[in-house]
Design a protein around this ligand. Structure first.
Ligand code: SF4
Length: 450
């Protein structure tokens, strides 16, 4: 199963083909999937809305949770019949699950033709050309990624994601990312600036910088670059309305970064800082590299410097060995910090991680579910109280489109990432408008145009 480089003439006969792409997992996957579709678009391909209409079906996969992997195997299972009817249909699995499971994918889904790891997606057109001459193509490893993108190929006109680094050096015991994405590699700030300027020139209002541990951006470049210097470099690009970044790790949030955010209105007031647990014992077992006290101090510092910062976090419930006492510490921390948003995950064993190798998944499913519900319920109460206190206040929102619940209304987001639903006579999608909050629930603010 070797992969050879192809040339333009080999690609020519692939022109006019149609690709169906579905992505799973994080924003970085979404962005990489867009890059793949954009790249194929440049080779003359168009996008199919359904697998049945496609010549090539690609899944951009996630290995972080078992649930996502099972959904992907479910999708692949459904394609078996289609592949039988149309043996020339090409089915490909890309991204983290491809990198992690490698040829095991062929064992569970022998009708798959293509397995492409996390850093080879830029070569997709080559691999699809290779498939014409080979039964299967497997392209793994963590070579450098070129990050060349088609600026115009993106599903939403007014916002775009820009990957600024890949990989993670942290090795949290539950996480597969360092194994599938490799060590931290930052792009140069010059290259990132060029991409952001091109996107803004093409109508993008909001840019989200992506990295698995985005707040360590630049450290591997060894030239004094940090996330703070990158934000400063980008903040004054004419036409850029909002700049944000995900996802951060608690150990590299410092005062300098917060002051940069405070000092320019383009920076989003939204900080997603996963804590995972409120118990020092669990944080140690998870190898998170911080304790509860330092996390609390960081949050206090953030609020002192940027008082209107909205805080979001992630929790894992039912991590191996988590006692009720450990869990109660999480409940306390959630209440004390008063997060606007919590993403709660029930622990599931991910093969390839340290936890999978050495820690039995010993918390019963029913206990995980109960803990999940407790954190979700407390979060709902905190969010609702915070949101109710915002009734009567005014905000600038970036309008994203029609409300998903009520098509007669519109919705957008504040700088703090709060969702705002409002009525308007005309379509303001992609524009900033000013609104006054009139009502609130835990998840949504309702507002009128000012
Ligand atoms: S810092 Fe994040 S990406 Fe890195 S190992 Fe930990 S959880 Fe995974």
């Amino acid at each position: 199963m070797t992969v050879t480089k192809t040339n333009a003439s080999r690609l020519r006969h692939l022109q006019g083909k149609r690709v169906f792409m579905e992505d799973f997992g994080c924003q970085m996957n979404k962005n990489d999937a867009e890059l793949v579709v954009g790249r194929l678009g440049r080779a003359g391909w168009s996008r199919a809305e359904r697998p049945e209409e496609a010549d090539v079906v690609l899944y951009y996969t996630c290995a972080v949770r078992e649930h996502a992997e099972e959904r992907i195997y479910g999708r692949l299972g459904h394609l078996k019949r289609l592949k039988k009817e149309r043996p020339d249909l090409v089915i490909g699995v890309m991204g983290c699950m491809a990198q992690n499971q490698k040829e095991r994918i062929f064992e569970r889904a022998p009708h798959v033709d293509l397995v492409v790891g996390t850093s080879r997606f830029e070569e997709i057109a080559d691999f699809l050309a290779d498939i014409e001459y080979q039964d299967r193509v497997v392209a793994l490893d963590q070579g450098e990624v070129a990050y060349e993108r088609d600026i115009h190929a993106r599903p939403v006109r007014h916002q775009a994601y820009v990957t600024v680094m890949r990989g993670c050096d942290k090795f949290c015991t539950f996480c597969i990312v360092p194994f599938t994405q490799g060590r931290e590699r930052s792009r140069t700030p010059e290259e990132i600036e060029k991409e952001v300027r091109a996107l803004v020139d093409d109508g993008v209002q909001q840019v989200t910088l992506l990295g698995q541990r985005v707040n360590t951006y630049g450290l591997d470049l060894n030239r004094g670059e940090t996330l703070a210097t990158l934000l400063q470099r980008l903040e004054s690009i004419p036409g850029l309305g909002r700049l944000q970044f995900i996802t951060s790790h608690p150990t590299h949030i410092d005062e300098t970064l917060m002051r940069v955010i405070r000092d320019h209105p383009v920076h989003s007031r939204y900080l997603h800082l996963p804590v995972q647990s409120g118990s020092d014992r669990m944080l140690r077992i998870m190898n998170r590299g911080h304790d509860v006290e330092s996390y609390r101090r960081t949050m206090d510092m953030v609020r002192r410097i940027v008082p209107d910062m909205s805080l979001a976090t992630d929790w894992i419930v039912g991590f191996p060995g988590e006692t009720d006492e450990d869990f109660q510490a999480s409940v306390r921390l959630q209440k004390d910090v008063g997060f606007q948003t919590s993403f709660v995950f029930k622990y599931s064993d991910r093969s390839g991680t340290k936890a999978s190798r050495s820690m039995p998944d010993d918390v019963p499913q029913a206990v995980k579910e109960e803990r999940n519900q407790i954190l979700l319920a407390q979060q709902r109460a905190i969010s609702e109280e915070l949101h109710r206190g915002r009734v009567g206040t005014e905000h600038t929102i970036l309008v994203e489109g029609r409300s998903k619940r009520d098509a007669s209304k519109w919705f957008g987001r504040t700088s703090q990432n709060w969702i705002v639903v409002f009525s308007a006579e005309r379509d303001f999608t992609g524009q900033f408008v000013r609104v006054r909050v009139t009502d609130a629930t835990a998840l949504t603010l309702f507002a009128e145009l000012v």
